[in-house]
Unconditional design. Structure first.
Length: 150
């Protein structure tokens, strides 16, 4: 697949993840959305549910990984790509690593809690990371959410 084709796919799928983030926003959740794609098919869609479930581990990535594993009938997601609107935290990076996701695509960085700063080797050694896809849109949604709550 050409770089141009991959860029188009990444944009398409990140738009789907952003739609999940917007659903979280409307529900009063921190607006992070995630989807898992396996062989060009979305097999999981999720957003943060920490407030709804009163569970600090109910991040979008964690929800999406669980859904994807259930869909595939196994815990390893080697043939899958995770799209998430914000850089995964340390907890999610660990789960992404254990699930053996081979590709992770995220929108905007998380300077305060992102894995890159604190756990840069958490992902599977063969994992590829792409970042900055729809970065501005992802960042703007997060900023808007927190400005409304201050």
């Amino acid at each position: 697949m050409s770089t141009e084709e991959q860029t188009k796919k990444d944009l398409y799928y990140m738009q789907r993840a952003l739609a999940e983030a917007e659903a979280a926003y409307k529900a009063g959740e921190i607006p992070v959305g995630a989807i898992v794609v396996c062989r060009d098919r979305i097999i999981a869609r999720a957003h943060n549910l920490t407030e709804t479930l009163n569970d600090v581990t109910a991040h979008a990535e964690m929800q999406a990984i669980t859904m994807a594993a259930n869909e595939l009938g196994g815990k390893y997601l080697q043939d899958c790509t995770l799209y998430v609107t914000v850089e995964p935290c340390i907890m999610c990076a660990g789960a992404i690593g254990w699930a053996q996701l081979r590709r992770i695509v995220y929108g905007c960085p998380d300077e305060k809690r992102g894995y890159h700063e604190y756990a840069p080797k958490a992902f599977h050694p063969k994992a590829n990371v792409t970042y900055g896809v729809m970065e501005e849109e992802c960042r703007t949604l997060m900023q808007q959410f927190f400005q409304e709550r201050r």
